[in-house]
Design a binder for this molecule. Sequence first.
Ligand SMILES: *Cc1c(COP(=O)(O)O)cnc(C)c1O
Length: 382
Amino acid sequence: MKKNKLETLCVHEGQLKDLENKGAISPLYMATAYAYDEVEVTRYPRYFNTPNQVGLAKKIAALEGAEQGIIFGSGMAAISTALLSHLRSGDHIVLQADLYGGTTNLIVEEFEKFGIEYSFSPGLLASDLEKLIQPNTKVVFIETPSNPLMKLVNLEAVAKMAKKKGVISIIDNTFASPINQNPISFGIDVVIHSATKYLGGHSDILAGAVVGSQKHIEVVFQMAKNLGGSLSDYTVWLLERSMKTLSIRVKAQNENAVELAKFLENSKSVDQVYYPGLKSHPDHELACLQMNGFGGMLSFELSRSHDLDLFQKNLHLIKPAVSLAGVESTITIPTKTSHALISSEERKAQGIKDNLIRFSVGIEHFDDLKEDIDQALIKSKL
Ligand SMILES: *Cc1c(COP(=O)(O)O)cnc(C)c1O
């Protein structure tokens, strides 16, 4: 059968047929009780097999070129279940050091209890990760582009290294979204999304997804049904609806982000911009190789000639918010939010300066975003 392109998959893949009324969209099945007699499968929401869950998993799997998927109640439920299902007591995992804070917390706060060893790699090259692989290593975990400095990891190199070493490669693909990056096409085994971000896209859904080969998803499922992190079918239905516009949203965010990055790079009020779409970004060439678009996330350092708090306070359109990837533009100051609990020395070691601002670019008109930034820069000048 002909494989549809991403834009078409967003709209149609996994959609449920309304056989009775012939409505144009998926009907919503809220049932938690299904027949067990004379049926092919016994359905139950915590078995991840209600009609709406199965349909949405099919959509996300198709977008990532995966065989199967499972929808979770949050990105962290997806990450914790994917990791714990592939690791047991005595095993070891290698992770890049620049990770979503919640993932780092999961590892350092919980893994010792399960007797799982871990190593964080400050270097992001496949060879850096490879050096940390031990005989008991089972998983290598990456996240690219990373938060908040948009560093890139070479997908193909990591996938090859993992295959050579006989370990499973898992990626958190949240920042790129399936529109901009499809790690399975580079040989990565398992792809995770916090669907709270681009897949949902309207800052009103908390959800997650894990996709991969049938073999890997079966392993995840066996633990997932015991941990019980499934998503309510109403939210599954809402997420499917939101994802119909995923490709046009992300493309608009990509375009705005490219323009914004260039504008900020040319501004005297900005010291440094971190965006893989800029030629000045150290991983720009790699971004061109493995990404279809450069994404809607960027960060920049406000010059010392401006007051950071005044700048934030004077933005009217662009709101401060901890989450990201919505249709509205938002900013966070990592030293006050995601990286507030880390010491200032440790932050410095990670390259996160106190004047760093992370920008989640929305779908507004670029001129309005630019105007908002311009007036806030004037008002925050020291
Ligand atoms: C938000 C986020 C998560 C966690 O997702 P939740 O839906 O909040 O549980 C994981 N990884 C990345 C990159 C994220 O941005």
